[in-house]
Design a protein around this ligand. Structure first.
Ligand SMILES: [Zn+2]
Length: 351
């Protein structure tokens, strides 16, 4: 495993950013290559601690000549967000200098050709970071972007063109749900990693063996040694299942038994009032249409000071907020149902 340091120029003299990059050289050029990054939203750390435990497994595999495909790892993909504190609170989701979400605005290339990447020399630092991350990942058969939600099940976003071919990956990672999406106009990292292949010739696109996903490793507070161990084992299982790493002792993943639903089946449940949220459900709960999901206390102690929110359809609770203060119109949770949601939001994954 070789370590190098990537440098991203800042926006003023004397300011720049660094992140480490690790590469393992595979011994079989025909084997699938893999790119893993974590903490693009810089405070989302379950993937960071999973990679911490995965890397020794890969180093061992390399020493035993079992790494077949090239592997590139960026354990902490966002040094700009990592350094952002605002009044003492970490802010890793949006670039404070431009208000841009760190997982939006990636270049959506017409084909997987690095020559099409924009010149961001005169752009903002976050644009330079995004261009570099995409450049590093382009050409890999397996691209994993490790995130987490507020509070949630482990789940994947997957483009419809890669499903059900990626069911083995969902099983290997042990996630509870897969959300399928079909178009990305906002330039998520996942979108920028899969859209260039949609119009490519079949021998370049290789959609039957391509793996691109945003992995949502549960909630922001689920940074935990036991979960990290399970997640590292899951990532390793995926790499073995796809032939990037060889491990004859590891059984193939079984069938995926979790929930699979299109993005349009997710009810986001905007809060009707501002106030304190009392949740009646937690991630993983199954609900029936009409079940109470949450109570918003907007006028404590007053008659009519509570507003209840009910499930619009049968389904499973995928996520909920980690904070309990909410504004009117902010989403309370994600409910995955069996049919299109009343407030279905088109397009991009909601990471
Ligand atoms: Zn994220």
């Amino acid at each position: 495993m070789r370590k190098s340091i990537e440098r991203i120029a800042g926006e003023s003299e004397g300011a720049s950013y660094e992140f480490p990059l690790f590469r393992l050289a595979g011994t079989d050029k025909a084997a699938p290559s893999a790119y893993l990054q974590a903490a693009l939203h810089a405070g989302e750390l379950p993937g960071v601690v999973a990679i911490d435990l995965l890397m020794p497994m890969l180093i061992k595999a390399e020493a035993e000549d079992r790494v077949k495909g090239d592997i590139t790892i960026v354990p902490w993909a966002n040094p700009i967000g990592r350094a952002q504190y605002h009044f003492g609170e970490h802010q890793g989701r949006f670039h404070l200098g431009s208000r841009a979400n760190f997982n939006r605005g990636f270049p959506l290339l017409a084909s997987p050709d690095p020559a099409l990447l924009p010149n961001t020399t005169l752009g903002s630092a976050d644009q330079r970071l995004k261009t570099r991350l995409l450049q590093l990942s382009l050409g890999h058969d397996i691209v994993l972007d490790l995130h987490c939600d507020d509070e949630g099940l482990a789940y994947l976003y997957v483009h419809t063109s890669l499903w059900p071919a990626m069911a083995d990956c969902a099983a290997a990672l042990g996630v509870g749900a897969v959300v399928l999406w079909s178009e990305d106009t906002d330039g998520t990292f996942e979108g920028a990693s899969v859209m260039p292949y949609q119009n490519a010739p079949a021998d370049v696109a290789k959609l039957d063996r391509r793996v691109v996903t945003t992995v949502e490793y549960r909630g922001i507070l689920d940074v935990d040694g036991t979960l990290a161990r399970a997640d590292a084992d899951g990532l390793y299982r995926l790499l073995v299942a796809r032939g990037t790493v060889v491990d004859p002792d590891l059984p193939a993943p079984g069938p995926f038994t979790g929930v699979v639903a299109p993005l349009e089946n997710i009810d986001m449940m905007p809060s009707p009032r501002a106030g304190a949220v009392l949740y009646n459900v937690k991630p993983g709960d199954r609900v029936a249409r009409g079940d109470r999901l949450a109570t918003i206390i907007h006028a404590p102690g007053e008659t009519d000071g509570h507003t209840e929110v009910f499930a619009p359809q049968d389904g499973i609770i995928l996520t909920r907020r980690s904070r309990r203060i909410i504004r009117a119109g902010e989403d309370l949770l994600k409910l995955v149902g069996g049919r299109k949601s009343a407030d279905a939001r088109s397009g991009t994954l909601e990471d």
